[in-house]
Design a protein around this ligand. Structure first.
Ligand code: FE2
Length: 278
């Protein structure tokens, strides 16, 4: 079966079928996958069977994998691969779902990863989808006055925004020093396509630069409500063997913890080195 790219929704996301990433690929296939990724912002390669080494090689088609931060949840021999389980419970026995609110990965860093990849190893029978929203379409749908207002603005991103609906894991003093607040453009230009997209995160975006707090909060709330309307959203229902990459430069995503507490979910995560947002 030839490599085929098929859209998964009207706004973003496509699937790739007819390709086995455990084998060396020719340049054409790599190019086709990268074009699909840049065009659709979310690309799911179906039916993969990848050991850790093959997974790192497949991820490298999209750029340079970076090391995962948390040593306790990564492969010792493959520090690029993070291990994500839904096994962490709070004091009431409820599952802790990381990434349950709309965000783009690591926007508190000066050079956030351009893409994040999840490889679905164990999937619950139902629930546990990942939701994506298209920040290109959200920007394009703003009226001209709003576009004029937001173009050129910068936003402060923090490890844990005071606006964040959830608390982040505490940092050591050293980690606090290593992760000062950063400023990023509120409207980001995609380095491959040249397209513009809102660049926001509910957990990290602290405030708009040079704007008073009240005005900043109102604008951020309005833009987030706009961008996360169902018409800009695609919910990915996982299948075992999906290797899915999303573009952190022009999408937000969130996890859904709506699967039975006794069911397992296991994902292997790789992040791809990104550029300084412009
Ligand atoms: Fe995330």
């Amino acid at each position: 079966m030839p490599l085929t790219i098929t859209p998964l929704s009207d706004v973003l996301a496509a699937e790739a079928t007819g390709i086995d990433l455990s084998e060396p690929l020719d340049d054409d296939a790599g190019e086709t996958l990268n074009q699909a990724f840049n065009g659709h912002a979310v690309l799911c390669v179906r039916d993969q069977h990848l050991d850790p080494g093959q997974y790192v090689a497949a991820a490298s088609l999209f750029g340079e994998p970076v090391q995962q931060v948390n040593r306790y949840s990564r492969f010792p021999e493959f520090p690029e691969i993070g291990i994500l389980t839904g096994d962490t419970k709070d004091s009431r026995g409820e599952r802790i779902i990381n990434g349950a609110t709309w965000h783009t990965d690591h926007s508190f860093t000066a050079q956030p990863p351009l893409g994040t990849i999840l490889y679905a190893v164990v999937i619950p029978d139902k629930g546990g989808a990942t939701s994506f929203c298209d920040m290109r379409a959200a920007y394009a749908a703003l009226d001209d006055d709003m576009k004029k207002r937001v173009d050129g603005l910068k936003a402060v991103h923090a490890y844990e925004s005071s606006r964040s609906p959830r608390r982040m894991a505490p940092r050591t003093e050293e980690e606090v020093t290593e992760t000062p607040n950063v400023e990023h453009p509120l409207v980001r230009k995609h380095p491959r396509t040249g397209g513009r997209a809102l660049y926001m995160s509910t957990t990290r975006l602290e405030r708009i630069v040079d704007m008073d707090r009240e005005e900043s909060n109102a604008l951020v709330d309005e833009l987030l409500a706009h961008a996360t309307q169902p018409k800009f959203v695609y919910d990915h229902e996982w299948r075992t063997g999906d290797m899915l990459i999303w573009d952190n430069r022009c999408t937000m995503h969130h996890a859904n913890g709506d699967y039975p507490i006794e069911e397992k979910r296991l994902m292997h995560r790789i992040m791809i080195e990104g550029e300084i947002p412009v």
